[in-house]
Design a protein around this ligand. Structure first.
Ligand SMILES: [Cu+2]
Length: 138
């Protein structure tokens, strides 16, 4: 074999030997005083519903979501390109969506209605048309 082939084989060998650990660290055991107060509040039995919203020039997907009044919801906001905004004026929600990460936004809609939601971070020529609708049902 020539030098190049040997190099590739060596490289593949190294790559194959790399082990990726996906295990989460074990939960630390509680030591000491068994009656020590538990920090924080116990997780509620019903975690907020999670809705994924993807922003890109110049739209949100999905472009309409339906929520329930007085029921907490968590939005996972991501951008496929540049920084966008996520502004629901009627619900006093104002978030920024940065590319390369998930912005977690938990809120509880306090009133029913149909709320226009816009990108309030200038993201290019189609920016002014970048919007979606949040419907909150009683
Ligand atoms: Cu935008």
């Amino acid at each position: 074999m020539n030098k190049k082939t040997a190099f590739i084989i060596a490289f593949l060998g190294v790559a194959a030997g790399v082990s990726v650990s996906t295990g989460l660290p074990a939960k630390p055991l509680a030591y000491g005083n068994a009656t020590a107060p538990v920090s924080g509040h116990p997780a509620p039995p019903d975690q907020p519903r999670v809705i994924q919203i993807v922003a890109h020039k110049f739209a949100f997907e999905p472009n309409q979501i339906t929520l329930k009044k007085d029921v907490p919801v968590t939005l996972h906001l991501t951008s496929q390109d540049v920084k966008h905004g996520f502004y629901i004026r009627g619900l006093k929600v104002d978030e920024e969506i940065e590319p390369g990460k998930t912005t977690e936004l938990t809120f509880t809609p306090g009133k029913a209605g149909t709320f226009p939601t816009i990108c309030d971070h200038f993201c290019g020529l189609g920016h002014k048309n970048m919007n979606m609708t949040v419907v909150v049902e009683e």
